[in-house]
Ligand binder design. Structure first.
Ligand code: GDP
Length: 366
């Protein structure tokens, strides 16, 4: 299962978010028997509004949402790349994740000390990214030595890596993250092999006070983070109130609804954070539906029908014949599989079919 790491400076709300996520949105362990869960790793359900209506339509007994792993990576302070704080351990933990959710503090609270003084989320982002870039520069210089030898020996692959390393080094030296470097043809395959921290896609999560949830864009801090993300290319931004989410844990659904409506919102922003993280990981869901269960299956965007069938079972991929497909929207507007079929919306797709998010699929296999 792909992992997203929650990172941020101390006292920005990481643990509050992690605990809220893993207590309110914890995936049922029985559905994921193969993941070994460490204390700071939680399997979190991906909210999907399509599942309920689909279950109603099919009279399904059970709903199984998609899930991702979230890791709480504590301990970053300025100087981590030089081993300050939990420095090296922290960086090693980040190297394991596929996407980064960087929590930045946009809430004011005189009782909760910010370790850098004033509330300034863009400075916080820069502190963290500087550590990642510094660690990457160290890693690039040792990789360069190795690759140089191979390239001299005529290894073409190594020559390409060397060229990328030599373009990346000045870019990082100017303080830019690796993933902001415009790549030349073929380099998008080489970059992941360099295993750089600042090449991991990032989502900034602005942690605001509950009273700011209804209109977060009136906050200068949130505006500043949005601008920074834009300047930086493709970083995503979402607004959450980790504290609100953690307070919902003990509420019944009705109480939670009432509490949120008093704040002028329908959710704490955390559903959006999970969905955004899922997209950032390059993941999407296709759906299966029947009387027993409705289920969202995770695949990587760009996977074809047989590979997607393989997500359910390797036999489905090996013996793939066809996929019966109807999009969720077409199915719901038709009202039943039969009606979708009559309307010509139910398709038979072959091996080359690129599965789309929200496809309701039934695989035929030998
Ligand atoms: P971490 O060090 O980033 O993991 O931060 P924690 O989650 O431990 O939070 C640090 C402190 O900030 C705790 O006392 C939290 O209760 C508090 N906190 C977290 N989120 C909020 C928030 O949105 N508003 C306020 N006022 N306090 C918060």
């Amino acid at each position: 299962m792909l992992q997203a790491g929650i990172v941020g400076l101390p006292n920005v709300g990481k643990s509050t978010l992690f605990n809220a996520l893993t207590r309110t949105r914890k995936a049922e362990a029985q559905n994921y028997p193969f993941c070994t869960i460490e204390p700071n790793v939680g399997v979190v359900n991906v909210p999907d509004e399509r599942l309920e209506p689909l279950a109603k339509l099919e009279n399904s007994q059970k709903i199984i949402p998609a899930a991702i792993e979230m890791v709480d990576i504590a301990g970053l302070v300025a100087g981590a790349s030089k081993g300050e704080g939990l420095g090296n351990q922290f960086l090693a933990n980040i190297r394991e994740v596929d996407a980064i959710v960087q929590v930045v503090r946009c809430f004011e609270d005189a009782d909760v000390v910010h370790n850098m003084g004033e509330i300034d989320p863009v400075r916080d982002i820069e502190v963290i990214e500087t550590e990642l870039v510094l660690a990457d520069l160290q890693s690039l210089s040792s990789q360069e030595v190795k690759v140089q030898k191979k390239a001299r020996g005529g290894d073409k692959e190594a020559a390409k890596q060397l060229a990328l390393i030599q373009r990346l080094t000045p870019h990082l030296n100017e303080g830019h993250a690796a993933f902001t470097l415009p790549l030349e043809e073929g380099e998008d395959e080489i970059l992941p092999r360099l295993n750089l921290l600042s090449a991991i896609p990032v989502l900034y999560a602005c942690n605001v006070s509950d009273t700011d949830l209804a209109d977060p864009d009136s906050l200068e801090t949130v505006q500043a983070v949005r601008k920074h993300a834009k300047d930086r290319g493709d970083a995503g931004v979402c607004v959450i109130s980790a504290q609100t989410e953690s307070e919902l844990i003990d509420f019944s659904p009705e109480e939670a609804k009432e509490y949120l409506s008093e704040l002028g919102v329908s959710d704490s922003g955390v559903s959006g954070l999970i969905q955004n993280t899922y997209n950032l990981l390059g993941l999407a869901s296709y759906l299966t539906a029947g009387p027993q269960e409705v289920r969202a299956w995770t695949y990587r965007v760009g996977m074809k029908a047989p590979q997607c069938a393989g997500v359910i079972h390797t036999d489905f991929e090996k013996g793939f014949i066809k996929a019966e497909v109807v999009s969720f929207n077409d199915l719901i507007s038709a009202g039943s599989i039969q009606a979708a079929r009559d309307a010509g919306r139910y398709r038979l797709e072959g091996k080359e079919y690129l599965v789309e998010d929200g496809d309701v699929v039934h695989f035929r296999f030998a």
